[in-house]
Write a protein of this length. Structure first.
Lengths: 338, 338
DNA sequence: TTGAAAGCGATACCAA
DNA sequence: TTGGTATCGCTTTCAA
């Protein structure tokens, strides 16, 4: 029974619980004298208010959730940094959930959070179709959500993205301008909005630059699959193999490097490669990888900011906080002209 | 007032709140009939118990905290994966806190967690002295803690580490066996236990192999400092510069690569490099980096397992769950013999 | 087998 | 300026 709570403080000071409570919250109608006494004792006993009693009473948890498809990936870890910074500044706690690209898990997690455990959610979708039940339930609940990077097209709320279409266009055009004639596109399922945007940019560039569009140059990989390596190897082994590759995801760019190494294809002489990536070591690769780099930290920060804005001003429209940031093409040796 | 809680369920079913509660927790002394009715309605209305009321009443939060020095680093992100897996399996929630290598922040966070918000803590220390007040407070509180990787020497509890001394010895001996005569050691402050272990391994190897020990070959860097690059550059610019480098941290290995590139030092011909690292792309670097790789996922998983073990069996001694895992030396071109 | 009520710890309203 | 008390939603003891 050495719990330090309001009751204990009140008893030791011969005050009512309510008085102590108000003294601690610096209420106007408490005399300076008692305030000081209360604060002194609270400090001495190291009083820490019980967070659950508070949350129960106030219907607010001082906690947000971050739902991610994966984490061992520089983009998401850096984004978390941005989120965490804003959360700490707002005295909020951050719960983390990883879906491992598994829609069912994503659904379970979302449902877990609709009972008031968190005041808001930051989310980057796992791959797959977007019109899912759990997203609808999420929308119907009043828990505010901000999507970042892998956003939902179907839900109206704040979304933090980058200019994916333009980046896809730019990456492809960059390859072409450096001499690639047969440009392949590596992607995952393609059901996510951002994947479609990037692909559209690729297609547009291919067609505008007058390249021949080839079905077999679009390689659709599976997340969490060991077969992707083989798929890419096949692409590179065929007659009329590509001489340029645009990887829409970091992990596929890495696979492409590994395949090239096995097949003794020289980068950039035989194949030029550009990929979406936030790798710290992109410039140290062999050869240095040309990347489309997203402002991961800022995306996390802006997403968190948008959420806290909504928490502070419940009346504002989430949609109005949508932001499109810019990714950068950083040219390195993997796309050097021959 | 469309909240779904026990009261609401009880009213709609003309039952007492306590009955409903027991039915939902599948208590023995409730008839099958009412159980079914209750479960049916609960499902229909999508009843979700209020987590705070539960936590308040049960004095358990179903939540653990993970305190990390940083996150944009493959080791820690992978470790989180391991932690998260175990937590999800136990139906626990995971709070994340990042100290950014800042002791004051670490102290604030730890104190924040001593009020019952979490049932247990997983922690990897931020750099600096270990005998700090907040660690003492943590120990005195009854919140169970498991340290992983950057463990505390002074606190007795479960610790998950790798064989740091042996790894340091092995890395250094490896450089020497590949022909390095002047082996430098790059590290951070050196106040953490694991840093000291690694350094001791280095020293032991240097002395056993009969190399000359040189004070100036031990380069002590500062976390979060831009000057580290310059420090390493200085090391490599001096007469009698090292021809082998052991980086005790991934980020310092990367800096070494960058410095070598600027100074036109060839790896491994002019300088051989080995570093602690969990980089996915180590084998794709120019040249591929020889690494000491820690079993990050397993470390996270074992740490979480140890914590849950302690939560389930409060009587067991935490110390007994200490585990030392093995890191691997993966030889690549950066340490090839000339 | 079910119901009533106390209590977890903090907040806020109403009285005094 | 302070005290008493109801309340948040759930669990559990005691009674019926």
């Amino acid at each position: 029974m050495d719990q330090v709570n309001l009751k204990r403080l009140a008893k030791e000071l011969n005050l009512a619980i309510s008085t102590v409570s108000r003294a601690l919250s610096d209420s106007y109608d408490i005399s300076e004298g008692t305030k000081k006494k209360v604060l002194a004792l609270a400090k001495k006993l190291n009083y820490q208010p019980n967070p659950f009693a508070r949350s129960l009473r106030n219907r607010s948890s001082k906690t947000i959730a971050v739902i991610l498809p994966e984490i061992a990936n520089n983009y998401f870890s850096v984004a978390i940094n941005g989120i965490e910074e804003v959360a700490q500044a707002n005295n909020y706690h951050v719960l983390i959930y990883i879906t491992h690209e598994n829609l069912q898990k994503e659904a379970d997690i979302v449902r877990l959070l609709l009972n008031g455990r968190v005041d808001g959610i930051l989310m980057s979708l796992s791959g797959g179709p977007e019109d899912t039940d759990h997203l609808k339930e999420l929308q119907e609940s009043k828990v505010p959500v901000v999507f970042f990077d892998r956003v939902s097209d179907t839900i109206e709320t704040a979304k933090i993205t980058t200019n994916n279409f333009e980046s896809g266009y730019l990456a492809t055009s960059h390859l072409i301008s450096r001499g690639s004639q047969r440009v392949a596109y590596l992607t995952y399922s393609g059901e996510l909005s951002i994947e479609q945007q990037r692909m559209k940019g690729y297609m547009e560039s291919v067609s505008k630059r007058g390249l021949l569009f080839r079905e077999e140059f679009i390689v659709c990989c599976n997340r969490n699959s060991a077969e992707n390596y083989e798929k890419i190897k096949e692409l590179f082994s065929a007659d009329g193999r590509p001489d340029g590759v645009f990887a829409s995801v970091e992990s596929l760019a890495i696979l492409a490097y590994e395949v090239c190494s096995e097949l003794n294809l020289r980068i950039p002489e035989d194949v030029k490669i550009v990929g979406f990536s936030n790798l710290r070591t992109a410039s140290l690769l062999n050869p240095a990888l040309t990347t489309i780099t997203q402002p991961a930290f800022n995306m996390g920060r802006e997403a968190a900011k948008a959420l806290f804005e909504a928490l502070k001003k419940p009346h504002i429209k989430m949609e109005d906080q949508t932001i499109v940031l810019r990714s950068n093409l950083i040219e390195r040796r993997s796309t050097a002209a021959n």
